[in-house]
Design a protein around this ligand. Structure first.
Ligand code: AHR
Length: 802
């Protein structure tokens, strides 16, 4: 095999291609990147956030030789935005009587010799004239450090600095009262002094450094579903994420329901997001809601859309406006008079449907008119293809958005089968912003396959403008979604195998592509399904196997069922059946045919969602599933499960009506699948087989052309020996730096115990490159690319002093 890189033939610039996507799910912000160690600091937790929550969640009473009543009161709190506070009534004087916070995970992490800043608002009743004690302690009550405070009769902010004498990751922060009487507390906070960039009340250093080390070119924030799932009134307790709520004094930022079933303090708000972007060298890419909530199908009437339009325009002013403007002035007051240089803005997360686009078009037009310099992102929903996906793209072309935000989470095999997805995308018009993607898993195998797919993104930099893996962070004790790029608990962090692939690709992103051709490569190989070679995709390529019918959290009656084997011409009528309760999956038949049709009537009798037609099944881990009435009864989708992992092939908007009979028709022809409802064709999809190429390669140059970067991904077991030919390069000594990930078991993963099990190895050598005879002006050398490996090679002509 020969890899020919022509350093005189340039391709597209690579721009800001790789970034990160931050969403406060899995406690990524509160209990994560936001350095606050106290959970429920202003006593705002509520069942609206999570059914198990109450005002004293994460607090427990301390009653050493005494008795206390701790109650959460409403009205008269420090800030109207956080209306609750704590009343501590010491009923029986004791040694230590009060309350303590249990923090996140195993508790409040304390490190010997480190400083912690405590703040709180306090006041007392006349009857209490003695001190309030603040202590850092162990879960067993052992006091590590203690100081006294004296509250007045009105709210007053108090602050103390503690040094932890011991390390204890199960620590507690206690506030206890001396004597008898009533004290009130609000906004009780504890931060380590050692935050990222040493900012008071700032970010957890180790986590922020993990982001910095990735060298992302942009950061998408603050979500995700977090952005659009919520009430449209910004003051509602379960409001959507409205950025204005997140700036200013932390005390005045409403601690609210977060879509991921917990409470978000908004302590990590828009100012902090912009600041973080600046610190890590990433362009900010905020995403705003567009007056539409797809989770609850609610939308702002068009004559009430102005606040959403204002949010977009004001955000641009907040980020970029002069200090003489209202919002630019606010930014200056917060300590950042210089503009943040916002150039990207997303309107909507992955909403689709007419109601959404009607609204987002108006917001995009308003931004365009006032700020033609801002590059706008249109959405295309959470599926890789289908009606709503197409609608998103069409809309983007219509309103001339700069990017279309594609989202998909798929089985690794889908990424292999669709490696060339972007080869056919237009180079003119909106570019792809792959705002969320991941293969299902954090193993080396997942990371390897993602690397091969990223080569495809880079090769197509003319079509793909921006891309970020998702989600970014997971607190290991509060997981809403997996896989995730970075895992942590209250004192440890590790990057997944996928993190190290992302890091390699981000760190070594060139300025522009170079022509890179692979010659004399062995032909593609059909992959076994992931780690289990016996499972999955039949080598025949037929979508054969069992056919089943099922309700999807609904009771469904199926009737007039006819199966036609189009290969033999044989037709079979099958018995009517009903899918209910436990007995959902009803086997119909087994077929080995590669061309068949299934026709049936279906009616929902009871339930909330819909039904499924399952085919090509060799068990629940390997099958195709056509779902009508999926996700909140809003989808008509076709998915494949490969080795237990899903790949959504195609989706259309569809709501199943209870009590109505639908005529369904499924037709399978080879790898092509067609799904009709009442005679209307929805899906017409080819399920592609995962043929792996012998090698995935991309080349680029950086700087003034002195650096040639080559990315090589081999997802097969065999070593590939290749001759690397560099055209347009002179004979001489070259410094060859190499970062390589190889030699891991497919299911190898990083963990708290082995955080660097799957990481790249670095080598640096000087290579004398000789002229390649048949090609004029070229040098070459031989390389061996190990099986299952990711290699980044940087070549640099050696100059004096290098
Ligand atoms: O990344 C997790 C979730 O996946 C995001 O919140 C949402 O946009 C997508 O559906």
């Amino acid at each position: 095999m020969r890899i020919r890189v022509n350093t005189r033939v340039f391709g597209e610039p690579l721009g800001d291609l790789y970034g990160i996507f931050f969403e406060d799910l899995n406690h990524a912000a509160d209990g994560g990147l936001y350095g606050e160690l106290v959970q429920n600091r202003s006593f705002e937790f509520d069942p609206v956030d999570n059914k198990a929550y109450h005002g004293l969640t994460a607090w427990e009473t301390v009653e050493e030789d005494g008795r206390v009543s701790a109650r959460v009161l409403t009205g008269g709190a420090v800030s109207e935005k956080n209306p609750h506070y704590l009343a501590l009534d010491v009923l029986e004087e004791g040694n230590n009587v009060g309350i303590q916070n249990t923090g996140y995970n195993s508790g409040i992490p304390l490190r010997a010799g480190e400083t912690y800043f405590f703040t709180c608002y306090g006041k007392r009743e006349q009857d209490l004239d003695r001190a309030v004690k603040v202590s850092l302690r162990g879960a067993d009550g052992r006091i590590y450090a203690e100081q006294r405070l004296y509250f007045g009769l009105e709210w007053e902010k108090h602050g103390l600095a503690f040094e932890a004498p011991e390390t204890d990751f199960c620590g507690r922060l206690a506030v206890t009262v001396e004597g008898r009487g009533k004290a009130y507390l609000d906004f009780v906070s504890l931060f380590p002094a050692d935050t990222y960039k040493g900012r008071r009340g700032g970010l957890r250093r180790d986590l922020a450094e993990m982001l910095e080390q990735l060298k992302p070119r942009f950061m998408r924030f603050p979500g995700g579903c977090l952005v659009h799932d919520g009430a449209l009134d910004e003051d509602a307790r379960d409001a959507q994420y409205r950025w204005k709520n997140s700036v200013g004094r932390p005390e005045d930022r409403p601690a609210r329901r977060n879509n991921w079933n917990y409470n978000q303090t908004l302590g990590l708000g828009y100012f902090e997001y912009f600041q973080l972007c600046e610190d890590i060298g990433a362009e900010p890419l905020p995403v705003l809601p567009a007056g539409y909530d797809p989770h609850h199908k609610r939308h702002a009437p068009l004559d009430k859309l102005q606040p959403f339009i204002d949010d977009a325009l004001d955000l641009i002013e907040f980020a970029n406006g002069g200090t003489d403007t209202f919002w630019g002035g606010k930014r200056a007051q917060l300590g950042h008079p210089e503009p943040f240089g916002l150039k990207y803005l997303g309107i909507g997360n992955e909403e689709v449907g007419a109601a959404f686009f009607e609204r987002s078009d108006i917001i995009q037009a308003a931004v365009r008119e006032r700020h033609p310099e801002i590059r706008l992102v249109n959405t295309a929903g959470p599926f890789a293809s289908g009606g709503e996906f197409e609608r998103g793209w069409e809309n983007a072309r219509k309103v001339k958005s700069d990017f279309v935000d594609e989202h998909y989470y798929m089985a690794p095999e889908w990424f292999v089968a669709n490696h060339d997805r972007y080869d056919s995308y237009a180079r003119k018009g909106p570019k792809v912003f792959l705002g969320e993607y991941a293969s299902w898993g954090n193993t080396w195998y997942n990371a390897l396959i993602e690397a091969s797919y990223m080569v495809g993104m880079e090769r197509n930099a003319g079509a793909v403008g921006l891309a970020c893996y998702a989600p970014l962070f997971a607190n290991a004790d509060y997981v809403n979604w997996r896989p995730d790029l970075i895992w942590f608990d209250n004192h440890r962090v590790f990057g997944s195998a996928n993190y190290y692939v992302q890091k390699l690709f981000m760190e070594h992103l060139g300025d522009r592509l170079l022509e890179c051709l692979i010659e004399d490569a062995p032909g593609p190989v059909l992959l076994p399904a992931g780690q289990d070679a016996s499972a999955g995709i039949g080598k025949s390529g037929k979508i054969a196997g069992n056919i089943l019918l099922s309700g999807y959290e609904s009771d469904i009656s199926f009737s007039n069922i006819v199966f036609t084997d189009m290969e033999s011409g044989e037709k079979q009528a099958l018995a009517d059946c009903i899918s209910t309760g436990e007995n959902r999956r009803i086997p119909l038949l087994y077929t080995e045919s590669g061309h068949y049709m299934l026709e049936l009537d279906a009616e929902e009798l009871a339930g909330y969602r819909g039904l499924q037609v399952i085919f090509g099944s060799s068990g629940e881990r390997d099958e195709f599933v056509w779902t009508l009435g999926g996700w909140q009864n809003q989808d008509n989708s076709l998915a494949q499960r490969i080795n237990g992992r899903g790949a959504e092939l195609c989706q259309y908007a569809f709501t199943l009506e209870k009590g109505r009979k639908y005529r369904l028709c499924l037709e399978v022809t080879g790898r092509n699948i067609k799904c009709h409802v009442d005679g209307r064709l929805y899906q017409d999809t080819d399920s592609r087989l995962p043929f792996a190429k012998a090698l995935y390669a991309v080349a680029q140059e950086r700087g003034d052309g002195r650096e040639i970067i080559l990315k090589l991904v081999n997802i097969l077991d065999a070593v590939q020996n290749a001759e690397l030919v560099l055209e347009g390069c002179a004979e001489g000594e070259y410094i060859v730096e190499q970062w390589q990930m190889s030699g891991f078991e497919p299911d190898a993963e990083n963990s708290f115990e082995e955080p660097e099990k799957v990481t790249p190895a670095y080598t640096r050598r000087t290579e004398r490159l000789l002229a390649e005879e048949p090609i004029a002006g070229a040098v070459s050398f031989g390389i061996a690319i190990p099986g299952n490996s990711v290699t980044v090679m940087k070549l640099c002509r050696r100059c004096c002093g290098d």
